[in-house]
Design a protein around this ligand. Structure first.
Ligand SMILES: Nc1ncnc2c1ncn2[C@@H]1O[C@H](COP(=O)(O)OP(=O)(O)OP(=O)(O)O)[C@@H](O)[C@H]1O
Length: 692
């Protein structure tokens, strides 16, 4: 099969039978030194030959043989493609329509064996675990399951497998409803209104699927690691020139220095140890607002310090209120709950909370899906003042009566527009109507994001007191100006060649490559390894252990290229990401802004290159022109042409405008809103991966 064939396969929207089979992990423990082999279940048509494969095995992303097999109606014997690095891919991808893929048990490494009918829907798949061969299972609660639409999840293994039969994950979505949220995080449950988040893995006891046994390694405890940080960049001081608008009544004045915040000594020490000497604009405005007890919706550019903007005043309040150390109790009642849409992001927020609360008696805890539920519970019962959680895991824990909500004084929604959209919105509504949750009048609700579409702002009203304040730092939904944006016109079939060319020029500089689907993330990562570019990948179909390993390998530079879906678009703060490449543009401009915001953080500069395929991306032309011009970037003439020839209903932005305008919806409709083409108006993201 030629190259283009598997590419064509990738973009077939109706393709539904990608059923990768994952060979047994070779983790010995935790997140270190893990190697896994991954063997998609299909026969092979495109053979890279032994020499190539040898290379992949050495280079950490062992690719198998082929991609895009269309008709694999035959039994497949799994090859042993054990790797030394991190990502071993077996024979083929993109298989469609095979009916009887039987994988034989491998060698002593304990491969899982696929049972028949591997490309059934998720209901079949989730029942497909017939045996388990690992002691980690025994630690599990018995009720915890991954579920969801992505299909069942393979257990994390640490010992030798026993040749168990295994139905792989990565479902088609036809089983129990279909994911299909913006960040590929959402899966639906069995009921019409029931849904789980894949960010959480959907671990309700009522779902079918393998137990999740992964226990994330504890973060380092030494002070140096806790306070490790990267340097602010040359443009950090330029933040002061960004226009800020606060709307709402009786806003307290901004502060100009940390001293003015009047925080306690321990907090000030921690701020200093974190290397913060100067407030960013969002911190200058948000800290006094939160200290004054007001509800807040804050919108500020990516990488500009929103996390500290809410953590510091919350901690200050807790200290001021004389918080006492929380102790072991079966039911914990945290004073603060922070939610975020992805596991990696909530973990990052937790690490920040741990850093700023260092030396105090405030105990922060993080819980998220894809990890053993019992582990989450154990963390909580030891004491919990600040609970950082992804929504699904949070609801599970509340359901298990390990968390009581009566004492919640602060509810924080990070990436709030995402938390309130069609994916997570229902879960958030459930959260605020849980028994015991103080009403919005009784708690302080804080929302942060770099983007805030108007219609989502309106939804947010339900969560906020009517007199909430709205802080807009720069243009709401605008891109960070420290990111140099380039848009290249590249057709679908030239993208890989262009990508390799760019990556070869980039050399070892850390680069995130965004693609639109999970399957494609695997394809591209495999392809890059074939090209001898050390690459790893992160997406919603990877085990949590694998996701964390991938992120770790990327952070430390072992794999300088990370291929990701939008699951990594928001919030992740990784040092030295110099480049973002949008191999595929996202379906919404907001998502674009978040993705490119993985570089150019905290005053550092970065570059974003996006492949614009007129066939599929023309709906983005207008908002892209707007975002580029607002960020004072060059706008290619061809893009302007496409933008102005395409009629996009509802787009009212002045493409050349770069004047700041607030878009607090309470002030009426904005005319300078990039969200003139916002999430809700964009092509429904539900459709984007409906075949995935
Ligand atoms: N006042 C400050 N001085 C120095 N560094 C800071 C300051 N505030 C934040 N930082 C650092 O800047 C980086 C980005 O901060 P943070 O992750 O909170 O950004 P963000 O606005 O939440 O971004 P995103 O929109 O992508 O979620 C972090 O490494 C953080 O530690």
């Amino acid at each position: 099969m030629g190259d283009e064939d598997w590419e064509a396969e990738i973009i077939k929207p109706h393709m539904s039978s990608y059923v990768p089979v994952f060979e047994k992990d070779r983790y010995s423990s935790g997140a270190n030194g893990d190697t896994f082999n991954r063997t998609p279940a299909s026969s092979s048509e495109m053979d890279d030959g032994p020499s190539r494969r040898d290379h992949f095995m050495r280079s950490g992303f062992a690719s198998g043989r082929s991609m895009g097999n269309r008709d694999a109606g035959e039994s497949n014997k799994r090859e042993n493609t054990s790797t030394m690095g991190g990502f071993g891919v077996g024979k083929s991808f993109g298989n469609r329509g095979f009916s009887n893929n039987k994988f034989e048990e491998g060698d002593s490494s304990g491969f899982w064996r696929e049972s028949n009918n591997d490309c059934e829907d998720n209901q079949t798949r989730s029942r497909g675990f017939s045996k388990r061969g690992d002691s980690e299972y025994e630690q599990d609660e018995g009720t915890q399951r991954t579920g969801g639409l992505f299909g069942s999840r393979r257990p994390a293994l640490s010992g030798t497998g026993n040749g168990d039969t295994y139905q792989s994950r990565s479902g088609s979505g036809s089983g129990r409803g279909g994911y299909k949220g913006l960040n590929e995080e959402v899966v639906t449950g069995s009921g019409k209104n029931s849904w789980k988040s894949d960010a959480e893995g959907g671990e309700s006891g009522d779902t079918q699927g393998p137990k999740v046994t992964y226990i994330p390694p504890p973060p380092p405890e030494d002070e140096d690691s806790i306070f490790a940080h990267y340097q602010t960049g040359i443009n950090f001081d330029k933040y002061d020139t960004i226009l800020v608008e606060v709307s709402g009544h009786d806003a307290p004045p901004a502060i100009l220095t940390f001293e003015e915040a009047n925080l306690c000594q321990t907090l000030n020490n921690n701020i200093a140890k974190a290397g913060y000497t100067k407030l960013t604009p969002v911190q200058k405005y948000s800290i006094p607002i939160i200290l004054a007890g007001r509800d807040l919706m804050a919108c500020a550019q990516t990488g500009s310090g929103k996390t500290a903007a809410f953590l510091l005043p919350i901690l200050a309040h807790m200290m001021r209120d004389g918080i006492t150390a929380s102790r072991f109790k079966e039911l914990q009642e945290p004073g603060c709950i922070i939610v975020a849409p992805t596991r990696e992001l909530i973990n990052q927020i937790y690490l920040e909370a741990r850093k700023f609360s260092f030396g105090t008696c405030v105990r922060a805890v993080v819980i998220y899906g894809g990890t053993q539920l019992g582990h989450s519970i154990r963390q909580i019962v030891q004491g919990c003042n600040i609970l950082c959680a992804t929504p699904g895991r949070l609801m599970d824990i509340i359901g298990k009566e390990k968390i009581g909500l009566r004492q919640v004084k602060y509810l924080v929604l990070d990436e709030a527009d995402r938390m309130l959209d069609m994916g997570f919105g229902p879960e958030m509504k459930k959260l605020i109507s849980c028994p015991g949750m103080p009403s919005k009048e009784q708690r302080q609700t804080l929302m942060f994001s770099a983007t805030f579409p108007e219609e989502i702002q309106r939804l947010a009203g339900e969560f906020l007191k009517s007199n909430y304040l709205f802080v807009a730092v720069g243009q709401v939904g605008g891109a960070c100006r420290d990111v140099q944006q380039t848009i290249l016109q590249v057709g679908q079939y030239s993208k890989r060649e262009k990508l390799v060319e760019i990556l070869r020029n980039i050399g070892d500089e850390r680069t995130m490559v965004f693609v639109e689907t999970k399957k494609k993330a695997d394809f591209i990562a495999t392809f890059l390894c074939q090209e001898k570019i050390s690459t790893t990948s992160i997406h919603g179909d990877r085990e949590q252990r694998e996701r964390e390993q991938a992120l770790g390998d990327f952070r430390c530079g072992k794999c300088p290229v990370l291929v990701a879906t939008s699951v990594a678009a928001r919030g992740l703060d990784i040092e030295n990401v110099q480049h973002v490449i949008n191999f595929d543009l996202p379906s919404t401009i907001d998502e674009y802004v978040h993705r490119i915001g993985r570089t150019g953080r905290c005053g550092n500069t970065g570059r974003a290159i996006s492949f614009f395929d007129p066939e599929s991306d023309s709906h983005l032309a207008q908002p892209l022109v707007k975002v580029l011009s607002d960020a004072q970037q060059d706008v290619p003439a061809w893009l302007e042409e496409i933008a102005f020839s395409a009629y996009v209903p509802g787009f009212s932005g002045n493409a050349r405008g770069n004047v700041f305008a607030s878009v607090d919806t309470r002030k009426g409709k904005s005319t300078l809103n990039t969200a003139g083409f916002s999430s809700s108006q964009a092509p429904n993201p539900v459709d984007d991966e409906s075949w995935d």
